[in-house]
Design a protein around this ligand. Structure first.
Ligand SMILES: *Cc1c(COP(=O)(O)O)cnc(C)c1O
Length: 391
């Protein structure tokens, strides 16, 4: 048997898409699907959004890449927008989520080092987390499925139960420099942090002089109904990572930091060839302009709350298929009673795309631009799917 030319790294569904429009995707053989996975929370403005297409087209005809040896005006503009609308004083751009997390972990150690505490090299992290697939981000996430066969693993991560402040406090030691968590665990199964958890971690970090790092790669850029999910908690982090929705499908990652932290990165301490190139910045600038337009986020909150109620109703009507629903804004999860893969396959058969997560969850992550007719259509397809699985 010959090996496929493409590595079999993913358990791919046998579907190939040709084009998309808004929340809809069309396969190469002409079938239409309602995309409530948004490329894993990436296509924040849906597919072929006119403003993003125009931004990319215009930039493509001017300049693609110059490297970070030179100023990139788009980076300066996008950074200023993020600073104006968040806790951050300064921003570093990269191309993916894991790169943003690598930069965050490096920054935290460097901050400790520069403050005269080079021994502070450990991180408190949460069970069920996902932070990426590099050596550092894989060890930070701690998922055995992701780590088997890749040892020795990077040391420096002390894991506690997500949501448990007592455990977090007990894990802090002389060598701790930072706490890293997701405000809502995404791959972990759309598990929102308990009320007051982030505020509790903030207080803990303040008490022991630690940095609070929030991985908002999935929750960021409007997904939960605010630009960043920490805004629901009343506290601010020291460092935040963003990626998925930020480029609306173009690879962009960002590290946001307070002035005190950002000072740790000086010329030569960190860098990337591709990060923040003019194409990426043209698209990110357009994404942020849309997401920050008046009423956009209020609309995400409204339609997200409606979607949440509608999902709860489906759970009530199909108790043998679904055990519950949870989430925030347009980041929702269906806790399945049957295998989540069966629910996702049954939805796919009805023309609705969802995304699997741990904890036997099917993620509901529509583009942020969906309207109530599309929510209606999705709920109808989900009900039809559940009906085929109900016993
Ligand atoms: C997707 C994701 C990552 C990793 O991003 P990549 O771009 O795949 O490297 C990290 N953290 C969270 C919370 C994510 O959802």
């Amino acid at each position: 048997m010959t090996m496929p030319a493409l590595m079999e790294t993913y358990a791919r569904a046998d579907l190939a898409f040709d084009h998309g429009e808004g929340a809809w995707l069309t396969t190469t053989d002409g079938r239409r699907f309602l995309d409530f996975g948004a490329g894993i929370a990436v296509s924040a403005l849906g597919h072929a959004h006119p403003r993003l297409v125009e931004a990319l087209r215009t930039q493509a005809g001017k300049l693609w890449h110059t490297s970070n040896l030179y100023r990139i005006p788009g980076q300066e503009r996008v950074a200023e927008t993020l600073v104006a609308h968040s806790f951050a004083d300064s921003v570093f751009f990269c191309s993916t989520g894991l790169e943003a997390n690598e930069a965050a972990l490096k920054m935290a150690r460097k901050v400790a080092h520069d403050a005269g505490h080079p021994e502070r090299d450990r991180f408190v992290v949460a069970g069920g987390a996902f932070h990426g697939r590099s050596f550092a981000s894989m060890a930070a996430g701690g998922n055995p499925k992701h780590m088997t066969g890749f040892g020795p693993l990077l040391d420096g991560f002390d894991r506690v139960a997500f949501g448990n402040l007592n455990e977090a406090r007990q894990a802090v030691g002389e060598r701790t420099c930072a706490v890293l968590v997701e405000p809502v665990q995404g791959e972990g199964g759309i598990r929102p942090a308990p009320e007051d958890y982030l505020a509790g971690l903030r207080a803990l970090c303040d008490e022991f002089g630690l940095l609070l790092i929030l991985d908002e790669i999935q929750t960021g850029v409007g997904r939960t109904g605010t630009l960043f999910a920490y805004e629901h908690s009343g506290i601010t982090p020291d460092i935040l990572t963003a990626a998925k929705g930020l480029g609306g499908g173009f690879p962009v990652g960002a590290l946001l930091a307070t002035e005190a932290c950002a000072r740790a990165f000086t010329a030569g301490s960190h860098g990337t060839t591709f990060g923040g190139n003019p194409l990426a910045m043209a698209v990110a600038e357009a994404v942020l302009a849309e997401v920050l337009a008046p009423d956009f986020l209020a609309r995400v909150r409204r339609i997200g709350a409606d979607l949440g109620e509608r999902l709860d109703a489906v759970v009530r009507d199909y108790p043998t298929v679904l055990a519950g629903a949870r989430g925030l804004g347009l980041m929702r999860g269906l806790i399945c009673r049957v295998p989540n893969g069966d629910v996702i396959a049954a939805c796919r058969d009805q023309g609705l795309l969802l995304v699997p997560a741990a904890d036997n969850v099917a993620r509901v992550l529509p583009p942020l631009i969906i309207d109530s007719a599309e929510v209606d259509a999705a709920i109808e397809k989900l009900r039809a799917a559940c009906a085929t699985l109900a016993t």
